[in-house]
Design a protein around this ligand. Structure first.
Ligand code: NAP
Length: 476
């Protein structure tokens, strides 16, 4: 998008050895997107060849790499290069960037490191004492053969509900530790026949129709989660029906039925989760974990004073990501040397998720409060990039060198956002990865995706301060 807009001098730093981000790192069995593929693709690079409605990880990774190759992006990417820090040089209006392979300077800094890139391990007593393999879903150990093994999976979020059905047929036993359940809805996944794919290729309108229908449905979901609570009972009825249809055991039904409002935790599209929990080699434990031991996991069990210890060969942590740390572990210092971590404290926030006062010429993609409980992050990121381009164009037109969001504009936006968030389902009292222990939500966007696109489509020149600097010393 930058290239098409005429911004050619772009360098991309990528910590991984390949591009792809979460799709490169999350290679666990069963990994697939939970947004239908015709929406989870770039609008400028439609793919009529998706093999199924919800593409799997290898197919998405191949798509990302193919698009990057086709558009000449790969030539600009420095892989295996971690950005360690970036500091704003006020005198020269430049970002000085330190990476693991050397220093770099740039007029504009765009962070595109996502919200779900740093795995989160739980704080459980004895975490390091287990003697067998223990790993996070995002750091899958493909060298560990699970066939015939006793496997523990901790967590029942989006990653777990994909991993467990995928490993259940090969493992001897799968024991799932659930802290609190989330609601699910039918996934309605299916393979596209060769004929359908040919039709998508020949009739772009058909693919666009599929994309529009998916977008419309997810916007409907977004309304239910945010401003139209009266839509939620329909989703709850569908979710309840999924449990009763798949599970006949009343005790198991009770265990998997959430007490909180539908959508407070992310609603998970799946057709395999509940049927897998009923398999003879799968057990769902809802007693809290008290300790990880050398050979297994101990959990609270009312019947036994020192709890119940179960022995395992492998422990898998499906315990999510450090979603509140944003740019961490990078250290980004703006005007006056103040770092983003210092400015944010425990409350990350940014104007439209992108701009922070005191950090000129810096934009965050998929930054604070740009996530939705339903929808495609690709759509959000494209909207954000359009905004960045509009800002760069405005800077160019003004013949200025630095652009910075005004503090007052950022404050007004933040107040509006926080007020709207308070009325959303995410703040109805469950635990989810969006809201922290103090009730601050740095992740969610409290309106529709259409609203995000609308608000980011243009820049309001009065919202930003643009300045040119005199006496610019020669910069190499
Ligand atoms: P998650 O939704 O944050 O789930 C983490 C799970 O671990 C929760 O069930 C949590 O329980 C549990 N947990 C954490 N600490 C625990 C402890 N000490 N003891 C027991 N359980 C513990 O993480 P995720 O499944 O990796 O998904 C994160 C997000 O990534 C998703 O919401 C989604 O946006 C994205 N994602 C997408 C896909 C996809 O597209 N298919 C797949 C995976 C992930 P509590 O709920 O009680 O905290």
């Amino acid at each position: 998008m930058l290239h098409r807009a005429g911004y050619d001098d772009v360098t991309v730093f990528e910590r991984g050895e390949r591009i792809g981000g979460v799709w490169h790192h999350n290679t666990y069995p069963g990994a697939a997107c939970d947004v239908p593929s015709h929406l989870y693709e770039f609008s400028f690079a439609p793919n009529p060849k998706w093999s199924r409605r919800y593409a799997t990880q290898p197919e998405i990774q191949a798509y990302v790499e193919e698009v990057a190759r086709r558009y000449g992006v790969l030539d600009r990417v420095r892989t295996s290069t971690e950005v360690l820090s970036a500091s704003w040089d006020d005198a020269r209006s430049r970002w000085l960037i330190k990476t693991s392979t050397g220093d770099h300077q740039a007029d504009v800094l765009i962070s595109a490191c996502g919200q779900l890139s740093v795995p989160k391990l739980p704080k459980i007593r004895g975490m390091t004492t287990f003697e067998g393999p223990a790993f996070h879903t995002a750091e899958w150990r493909h060298d560990v053969d699970l066939s015939g093994k006793r496997v523990a999976v901790i967590g029942t979020g989006c990653s777990a509900i994909q991993v467990v059905p995928a490993i259940q047929p090969i493992a001897d036993r799968v024991t799932v530790y659930q802290r609190s359940p989330a609601w699910t809805i039918p996934r309605m996944d299916f393979a596209y026949s060769a004929r359908t794919r040919r039709a998508f290729a020949r009739l772009p309108a058909l693919r666009r129709l599929d994309r529009a229908a998916t977008f419309g449905f997810l916007e409907f979901c977004a309304l239910a989660l945010t401003t139209r609570p009266w839509l939620r009972p329909t989703f709850r009825a569908v979710a309840r029906r999924q449990i009763t249809k798949a599970i006949s055991d009343p005790e198991l039904r009770r265990k998997v039925t959430p007490v909180d409002e539908v959508g407070c935790k992310r609603v998970m599209p799946t057709d395999t989760w509940y049927p897998t929990l009923t398999r003879p080699n799968v057990e769902l434990i809802t007693d809290p974990i008290t300790e990880i031991t050398a050979h297994g996991i101990r959990s609270q069990d009312g019947a036994k004073e020192d709890g119940a210890e179960r022995a395992f060969d492998v422990i898998i942590f499906a315990t999510g990501f450090k979603a509140h740390d944003f740019v961490a572990p990078m250290k980004i210092a703006g005007e006056g040397g103040r770092t983003l971590a210092e400015v944010w404290g425990s409350k990350p926030g940014a104007y439209l998720g992108m701009s922070v006062p005191g950090f000129p010429n810096m934009f965050l993609l998929y930054g604070p409060n740009t996530g939705g409980g339903a929808g495609s992050v690709i759509y959000t990121i494209e909207a954000a990039v359009s905004h960045v381009i509009a800002a760069l164009d405005a800077l160019d037109r003004a013949d200025a060198q630095r652009i910075e969001i005004r503090q007052q504009v950022a404050d007004v936006f933040d107040a509006e956002l926080r007020a709207a968030l308070a009325g959303t389902v995410w703040h109805t009292g469950c635990t989810n990865w969006y809201v922290d222990d103090n009730g601050h939500d740095p992740n969610q966007w409290p309106w529709t995706f259409t609203a995000y696109r609308r608000r980011t489509a243009r820049i309001d020149p009065t919202a930003y301060e643009m300045r040119s600097h005199q006496n610019l010393p020669g910069v190499a």
